[in-house]
Design a protein around this ligand. Structure first.
Ligand SMILES: Cc1cc2nc3c(=O)[nH]c(=O)nc-3n(C[C@H](O)[C@H](O)[C@H](O)COP(=O)(O)OP(=O)(O)OC[C@H]3O[C@@H](n4cnc5c(N)ncnc54)[C@H](O)[C@@H]3O)c2cc1C
Length: 378
């Protein structure tokens, strides 16, 4: 009897792992995703999942290229996945209003330089994308419930959102339809022959494979010993509240500072998130709930009338230097890492999977990955 084996083992059934399996499958390469918990059971199932928002820390250089490509793929996948799996990933245009409450915030938002070089670059890159300053009256025409204390807002059109859980699940399902497999199991190491991967240790047993992709999100640091290079992660916990509000849905994503509110297609208004340095702790807290409510009520006072339906907490897979960790592991043929999406991992996830697949299939990528070298922490 031949021993079971796999061409490619993917460790982790979050968006990074599912997208890698999907794009490999479209190239005819069958993989096995091992997930120890549940597909989309962590950040990839509970993310706020805003797409096309800007974080100037994380959106320069090659990150910008990955994010731009990620946005193109999101648009395509919305249709393709519906055809291939019947799952509607609820991708939709979702403009955002970012409120300013003091003169300093308003001044820097009105100043075209204050809007940021990255935003302008993005604006040029995508037709139909626009970032404008709106006065309080114009802002209230867009969403009447914003605070009367707002001095105005940056109104961004061209941004969107998606259902993170459905997207991750649909990618895994579509990969399965093309012959890939999803199995439950914990990967705790790999086998090697000199400088070449020859297998994965799954639930304590050896599974021969030629290639292995670490897509373990915030837990990727645990692979350092197997890979022979340190993978340094500093996860950032995020909590979100889902509220049932009286009245009509909020018309766009409304935020101020780091907190946002948006009514999702399920009719619940998601508010949050928190940014907490809590290691690998994923528990919800009353402090998190109170912090979110205090922040979002400042933007839309009537959110205080919402009934709390669900509170979630999960971890953003942020690397120690806040850059993606994406590419081949130096010195270990057949080993790859796809993680570090941090707070923009939903936007970049499809592109992370596509680039990893390209690397495996063609040995090269259209976006240079040097900046994201998994060996850089050595
Ligand atoms: C509150 C919050 C809001 C967010 N909002 C946005 C947003 O608006 N826009 C955006 O772009 N991004 C957002 N993000 C970020 C985004 O959700 C993440 O970057 C992305 O989902 C990470 O996907 P991943 O596949 O890398 O990791 P994960 O989703 O964490 O998946 C990793 C998987 O690996 C599995 N695993 C780990 N170790 C093993 C092992 N040894 N064996 C088998 N399986 C293993 C885990 O069980 C897990 O399922 C948000 C995140 C949070 C927490």
């Amino acid at each position: 009897m031949t021993k079971p084996s796999a061409d490619v083992v993917i460790v982790g059934g979050g968006l990074a792992g599912a997208a890698t399996a999907y794009f490999l499958a479209t190239e005819g390469i069958k993989s096995v995703i091992f997930e120890r918990d549940a597909v989309a059971g962590h950040a990839s199932g509970f993310s706020y999942a805003a797409l096309g928002t800007f974080d100037e820390d994380g959106m320069t250089g090659a990150h910008f290229d990955v994010a731009s490509h990620g946005m193109r793929l999101h648009r395509e996948l919305a249709d393709t996945l519906l055809e291939e799996t019947g799952v509607n990933v609820e991708f939709r245009e979702r403009p955002s209003l970012s409120l300013a409450f003091d003169e300093q915030e308003a001044e820097s938002a009105r100043d075209p330089v204050g809007l940021g070089a990255v935003r302008r670059e993005w604006e040029i890159d995508r037709q139909g994308y626009s970032v404008t300053w709106v006065n309080p009256q114009e802002a209230r025409e867009i969403e009447p419930r914003i605070s009367p204390d707002a001095l105005g807002a940056v109104f961004t059109e061209g941004t969107s959102d998606v259902n993170a859980y459905r997207l991750t699940l649909a990618l895994a399902m579509a990969a399965e339809k093309r012959g890939s497999e999803l199995r439950y199991g914990t990967v705790s190491g790999l086998m090697r022959d000199g400088d070449r991967v020859t297998g994965a240790i799954v639930n304590g047993a050896e599974l021969p494979c030629e290639r292995l992709v670490v897509a373990m999100g915030p837990w990727s640091q645990a692979a350092s010993d197997w890979l022979g290079v340190p993978i340094l992660m500093q996860p950032w916990k995020g909590q979100i509240l889902r509220l049932r509000l009286p009245g009509s849905p909020i018309r766009c994503s409304v935020g101020g500072g780091d907190h946002f509110a948006s009514t999702k297609p399920d009719g619940l208004t998601w508010v949050g998130p928190t940014f907490e340095n809590a290691g690998l702790d994923e528990s919800t807290t009353t402090e998190g709930r109170d912090e979110i409510m205090a922040a979002v009520v400042k933007n839309i006072p009537s959110l205080a009338e919402g009934r709390l339906e669900l509170q979630t907490a999960c971890l953003r897979p942020l690397s120690a230097d806040r850059k993606l960790i994406l590419g081949a592991v130096p010195g270990l043929e057949g080993a790859y890492v796809a993680t570090g999406g941090g707070r923009l991992g939903l936007m970049m996830g499809p592109a992370m999977g596509w680039l990893t697949s390209n690397l495996i299939v063609k040995g090269t990528t259209s976006v240079p990955l040097n900046e994201f070298d998994p060996g850089r922490f050595a």
